[in-house]
Design a protein around this ligand. Structure first.
Ligand code: 5GP
Ligand code: ZN
Length: 137
C-alpha cells in the first residue's frame, strides 16, 4: 500500500528524486537531506508502513541485513569511526516522517551529531516489575 500524501512513499517509489545508494524491489536507501553527519542515510521500504508496529515481518528482518551491508560500505569508503543505527517511532521519540525508516548515521571523532541520552536510575524492584510485564515468549 502507498499513501499518496506521504513524502517517503514518493521518494521510495521514485516519484521524487533522491540521492539513492541502494535499491531493490522492496527498499530504497537514500541520503538524508538534513544529515546529522556526513553520509547519513535512510533505509525506507517502498510500501507504506507508518512505524515499526505495522512493518511486515519479512521486511522487518531484511532491514538489518541491509543495515549491515551499508554499514560495512560506509566504514570502508567514508572511514567513519563508528555508526549509529536509529529508528524513531512516534513524535515523542523524534519521528517526524510517519513512514518507517531506519537511520544509518556514520560517526566521526569530534563530530557534532550529539546522539546521546541522560542515564537515569532504576531500583531492583522496578527492574523486577518491568521484567514481569515485558517478558515475551
Ligand atoms: P525522523 O525524525 O522521522 O526519524 O527522520 C526523518 C528524517 O527524514 C530526518 O532526518 C530528515 O532530515 C529526513 N527528511 C525529511 N524530509 C526529507 C526529504 O524530502 N528527503 C530526504 N532525503 N530526507 C528527508
Ligand atoms: Zn509512505
Amino acid at each position: 500500500m502507498k499513501d499518496s500524501t506521504c513524502i517517503f512513499c514518493k521518494i521510495a517509489n521514485g516519484e521524487i528524486p533522491s540521492s539513492t545508494i541502494y535499491e531493490d524491489e522492496d527498499f530504497r536507501v537514500f541520503l538524508d537531506l538534513g544529515p546529522a553527519a556526513k553520509g547519513h542515510a535512510l533505509i525506507v521500504p517502498k510500501e507504506h508502513y507508518a512505524s515499526i508496529y505495522e512493518l511486515e515481518d519479512t521486511l522487518c528482518s531484511r532491514v538489518f541485513l541491509l543495515a549491515k551491508k551499508l554499514a560495512l560500505r560506509m566504514r570502508e569508503v567514508l572511514h567513519c569511526d563508528g555508526i549509529n543505527i536509529m529508528q524513531n517511532n512516534g513524535p515523542v521519540a523524534g519521528q517526524t516522517v510517519f513512514h518507517f525508516h531506519l537511520h544509518l548515521i556514520p560517526r566521526y571523532e569530534g563530530d557534532s551529531a550529539g546522539i546521546r541520552w541522560n542515564p537515569g536510575n532504576v531500583t531492583p524492584e522496578e527492574l523486577a516489575e518491568l521484567v514481569e510485564i515485558l517478558r515475551v515468549e
